[in-house]
Design a protein around this ligand. Sequence first.
Ligand code: KIV
Length: 274
Amino acid sequence: MATSSYTQDLMNITTKVLYALKQKGEKIAMLTAYDYITAKFCDQAGIEVILVGDSLSNVIQGNETTLPVTLEEMIYHTKMVRRGVKKAMVVADMTFMSYQVGLNDAIMNCGRVMKETGCDAVKMEGGSYIAEIVSKLVEIGIPVMGHLGLTPQSINKFGSYKTRGIDHEEAEQIFSDAIVLEKAGCFSIVLEKIPAALGSKVSKALKIPTIGIGAGPECDGQVLVMHDMLGMIEEFKPRFVRRYMNLAQDMKDAFKRYIKDIKSGSFPSDSESY
Ligand code: KIV
């Protein structure tokens, strides 16, 4: 329960609220969701930002990378999430190749996502090369969350999901990209899998809030993929994931009990029958 939170009595979480949270020093809680019911639970629990991440490609669709998920599929899932959320900010991830081709395509696709899903903002990966797109989107009224560090859509360029920004040159690049994205108008930036010291340096240098995932405790907020924090992906346990449940095991146990009850004839009982 978000008991002593500044956001408890607010009607909606907006970009201004996130900015105020940073100024107050209150950490921002962000989590991914991909469907109506889990988004509703996140919202009711007090999660401030719900991200319909392109991680839906991995955890919902079972793909190896985030590259295959389409814009249509992102729109489909974001609509479900929107229907479950009253207060949290809903952010839709822009899928691979939906914003990289050119300014017009990016505007059309981001505009489509906003119009068709009713989300509050979009998120996109990349540094200074997306700055022009960000400024234009913000100018026309589309709030943009940036994403730096490990950017999973670039897996084929990186060749692995290892920590980014370890060497001085890459750390400097991430830092300067963050400054450029803030200037371009991003209202927040996700920092993924970078050293805690770099997460801290970027967070201190920016006025807008940073949201870390494997970027240390000094980011202004934290995000995790829901399936990871619920312990649904048994084979994936990087250091930055804290598991709050062991849902994979709990679900399998429930399914086994259900099978047993059917086989034994104990389900349905008289009180479960008409
Ligand atoms: O797609 C996603 O879930 C994300 C988070 C890991 C930040 O981008």
